[in-house]
Design a protein around this ligand. Structure first.
Ligand code: SF4
Length: 497
């Protein structure tokens, strides 16, 4: 009997940008008496189903975008006589679907960290339950990853988690509902131990794979101070203190370590926090800018962000305090017009954003937007007999890129304008200009290569409709990924430092 843990993907690039953390956390949660699990990340290579035998346990983790591929693998593994278990955000929302479409014997809802050993034991006793409630595990009992199982020379960035959950409630995001709104923080000692382990394996670039690294904003503190009951204020101050304590520990690590994370734009008002991030070697952060207009921000319940010139100034604060920004922008909001696309890329350039992603508004299950959209679908259009409100049950080549009706733009216009924005932002002259923020030539080269790779992986393979462009982008990404990796990862060290 063997345990297989699978991260499904239609596209494999040979080299991955970031280690898919959940695979290695569940490997750590697998009791040692079952032997080392086979860890399969299909963003590297496709799963070889000939390795599956009757009686094996196949754990498949999916989100909405890779559910179709996950279900294909689940059915195939079940046909071979294996026990099939699904977990992740999507089965947490739709446990019955994994049974109907993915051949699941069992589904884990919520965090898998602690319940996984029970699931395996039940499968081996030939009595898996339909549903396991993993719940929301306390931060202090998160597992680290079993990184000795990493394939050789496969990833550029390692990943470590320091906090789960986000107190915000953006309408296009399901994190606050699936991971909860409470910040569940891991102990600083555990985080640092895991980083040292990864450093000993050659990783100097590590993604702090947190829902929101900055869970307490200055505005939250100000509101709590206005209450007569000090409980909320004490709690928020406690969370903030712990974040600073963690950053102090990270600051003690060698200076060649580079961390990246995700934060909200409100962090720009908190320069003490940004300075602590810089000292902690946190060189960059994904910041959800989403929209450059006040109407757009209101539409997605993100009016804690700013727009226009105030937004440019706010984004520049990050760079001034030594934190590079990967700005995330959404297109297809009802308030967008043809002029929004140019205005957005111009703003991203003016605001000194080092990287940017331009994503299409998509109704993802578990979000407020999805519920609103689903409610309005009286006579839901179908593709290949699948209603569009279940778009993830279509192969990716058959899925529309735009789902929600727009008051003034046609779907093809939104897609085409978005592609043009990616092309403009990542043109070679524009990328080289941005690369000048790095002193060394090697650093600049790494910046250009990773920019190109990022665009190939996410823009051309994600929003292109034409299959030739898709295939070209995939080949280009595979070709770029190998030299990129050598720029990020050092030869393996004999001992941890
Ligand atoms: S988009 Fe970011 S800030 Fe908004 S709820 Fe999701 S994780 Fe939190």
């Amino acid at each position: 009997m063997r345990i297989h843990l699978v991260n499904p993907s239609d596209i494999s690039f040979g080299v991955g940008v970031i280690t898919p953390r959940w695979l290695y956390v569940l490997a750590a949660a697998t009791p040692v008496e079952y032997g080392a699990p086979a860890v399969i990340d299909e963003t590297l290579e496709q799963f070889d189903l000939s390795t599956v035998s009757a009686g094996d346990v196949v754990g498949i983790g999916i989100h909405t975008a890779n559910a179709y591929r996950g279900y294909e693998l689940g059915r195939a593994a079940r046909e071979k006589g294996a026990y099939v278990v699904f977990g992740g955000i999507h089965p947490t929302l739709y446990p019955d679907e994994a049974r109907e479409h993915g051949g699941a014997h069992a589904v884990v809802r919520g965090d898998g960290d602690h319940v996984w050993s029970t699931v395996i034991a039940d499968c081996l006793a030939q009595q898996p339950r339909d549903l396991y409630e993993g719940g929301q595990v306390a931060g202090r009992s998160f597992y680290g990853g079993r990184w000795e199982l990493l394939p050789k020379d496969a990833y550029m960035f390692a990943s470590v988690q320091t906090v789960r959950g986000c107190p915000k409630h953006c309408s296009f995001c399901s994190v606050w509902r699936t991971d909860g709104q409470e910040a569940r923080m891991r102990g600083a000692e555990d985080v640092v131990d895991e980083i040292r382990d990864l450093r000993s394996r050659g990783f100097k670039f590590i993604m702090l794979a947190d829902d929101n690294f900055y869970p307490v904003a200055m505005n939250d503190l100000a509101m709590a101070r206005r209450r007569t009951d000090p409980t909320a204020l004490n709690e928020l101050e406690g969370i903030r203190r712990e974040r600073f304590e963690l950053m102090e520990r990270l600051a003690d690590l060698p200076d060649d370590m580079n961390f990246y994370t995700q934060i909200t734009m409100e962090a720009a008002e908190d320069t003490e926090f940004l300075d602590a991030m810089r000292k902690a070697h946190i060189r960059g952060a994904l910041v959800g800018v989403e929209s450059v207009t006040p109407e757009g921000l209101k539409a997605i319940y993100k009016d804690f962000n700013l727009a226009g010139d105030a937004l440019i100034e706010r984004l520049q604060v990050f760079r001034k305090h030594g934190v590079h920004v990967l700005g995330s922008f959404i297109f297809g909001l009802p308030t967008d017009t043809a002029a929004t696309f140019d205005a957005t890329v111009a703003l991203a350039e003016a605001a000194d954003v080092s990287f940017a992603q331009f994503v299409l508004l998509q109704p993802f299950p578990g979000t407020v937007d999805f519920e609103k959209w689903e409610r309005t679908q009286v006579d839901t259009p179908k593709v290949d007999n699948v209603p569009l409100t279940r778009h993830w049950l279509l192969p990716s080549s058959r899925r529309p890129k735009i789902y929600m009706p727009h008051p003034s733009l046609k779907p093809e216009q939104i897609r085409e304008y978005t592609q043009q924005v990616w092309d403009r932002f990542y043109s070679l002259p524009a990328t080289w200009k941005r690369a000048k923020c790095i002193r060394s030539f090697k650093g600049r080269l790494a910046f250009v290569l990773i920019s190109k790779l990022y665009r190939q992986m996410y823009a051309n393979t994600g929003i292109a409709t034409d299959s030739a462009r898709h295939a070209r982008a995939n080949r280009m990404a595979r070709w770029l990924a190998k030299p990129c990796r050598r720029l990020f990862v050092s030869p393996v060290r004999a001992t941890a430092q």
